[in-house]
Design a protein. Structure first.
Ligand SMILES: Nc1ncnc2c1ncn2[C@@H]1O[C@H](COP(=O)(O)OP(=O)(O)O)[C@@H](O)[C@H]1O
Ligand SMILES: [Mg+2]
Length: 255
C-alpha cells in the first residue's frame, strides 16, 4: 500500500498514534508535511478532521493558512481555539518562551473537542519535537504522553518532525512509522542498532535524488522508497509515488 495523506494523518484504534519524520535540515520534511496536509480530502478524513501544525521554527507552513479570506497564522491560544472551529488546517507559531505551556493547552483542547464532538478527529504536527521530548520517558511532557498513548482511542494522532531521530525509546514504542529523509551519520548507527535497518545503504539510496524519502513501517518492518514530492506547480498531488526499492533491512552496508 502506498503512503497517502489519509494514511499519514489518519488514526486507527489499533495502531500507535505517532509518526516520526526524520531528516537533516533542508532535506524536505516540512515541504513533505505541508504538501501532504494540503492534499487531505474531506472524503477521506471526514468533515471534522483538523490538522494543527505547531511550528516553533515559523518556517514552511504559513502558505497553508494565508491568503484572502483565510484565517492566517495563530500566535495565541485564543486565535487557535477560534481557528480550529472553522478551518481544516490551523498553523501556530508559538514564541519560544511560551511554547511549552501553549503546546499543553493545544493538546488539552484537542482532547476536549474529541470528547465533546462526535466525529471529531485531529492530527497534531509538532515541528522540532526534540525541543519538548528528551531522552528518557520521564523527559516527555505529560500532554504529549497523553496524546501518544490515549489519543488513538479518540482518533487523535501525532506527527513529530526532527533533524535527528529521537533517542527516546518510549516514543518509539508509540510510533507507527518513520518517514526518513537524508539522515545524519549517528542516525545511521541508530537505525541499525534499534531496527536492523542499514542506515548507510538507506542514505546512499536517498542521496541519489534530492528530496526523495523512505517510509519505514514499524509494524510490518517494511521499507518503501518514494520519489520527491512534486512542487505546487507540477499538477494535482494526491500522494507520494513509490520508487524502486533497495534492500536495507538486515543488510550489512555492503549492498
Ligand atoms: N520535493 C521538493 N521539491 C522541491 N523543493 C523542495 C522539495 N522538498 C523541499 N524543497 C525545498 O527545499 C527547502 C528545504 O525544505 P524543507 O522542507 O524546509 O526542509 P526541512 O524541513 O527538512 O528542513 C525548501 O525551500 C523547500 O521548499
Ligand atoms: Mg522544516
Amino acid at each position: 500500500m502506498s503512503l497517502t495523506p489519509a494514511i499519514l494523518f489518519g488514526s486507527k484504534n489499533t495502531s500507535p498514534a505517532v509518526t516520526q519524520t526524520v531528516g537533516v535540515s533542508g532535506t524536505g520534511k516540512s515541504f513533505f508535511l505541508n504538501r501532504m496536509l494540503k492534499a487531505t480530502r474531506v472524503k477521506d478524513m471526514g468533515p471534522l478532521w483538523r490538522g494543527v501544525v505547531f511550528d516553533i521554527k515559523h518556517d514552511g507552513y504559513a502558505d497553508l493558512v494565508e491568503g484572502e479570506k483565510k484565517f492566517g497564522v495563530c500566535t495565541t491560544y485564543a486565535q487557535f481555539v477560534k481557528s480550529i472551529k472553522d478551518n481544516k488546517i490551523t498553523v501556530i507559531h508559538p514564541e519560544i518562551g511560551e511554547s511549552y505551556d501553549f503546546l499543553d493547552e493545544v493538546i488539552e483542547h484537542l482532547f476536549s473537542l474529541a470528547r465533546r464532538i462526535e466525529g471529531f478527529t485531529a492530527t497534531l504536527v509538532l515541528e522540532e519535537s526534540n525541543t519538548y521530548i528528551g531522552t528518557h520517558a520521564s523527559a516527555i511532557p505529560m500532554q504529549i504522553k497523553r496524546l501518544a498513548t490515549q489519543g488513538r482511542s479518540l482518533n487523535l494522532s501525532l506527527v513529530l518532525a526532527n533533524q535527528r531521530s529521537l533517542s527516546n525509546k518510549w516514543t518509539d514504542t508509540q510510533s507507527q512509522r518513520l518517514i526518513l529523509f537524508r539522515t545524519a551519520i549517528p542516525d545511521h548507527e541508530m537505525l541499525k542498532k534499534k531496527w536492523g535497518v542499514c542506515g548507510v545503504t538507506l542514505d546512499k539510496k536517498l542521496s541519489e535524488k534530492k528530496f526523495s524519502f523512505a517510509e519505514f513501517n514499524l509494524e510490518t518492518l517494511e521499507v518503501q522508497f518514494y520519489e520527491p514530492i512534486p512542487g505546487p506547480n507540477e499538477g494535482a498531488f494526491k500522494g507520494p509515488t513509490k520508487s524502486e526499492n533497495v534492500p536495507v533491512v538486515g543488510t550489512d552496508g555492503q549492498a
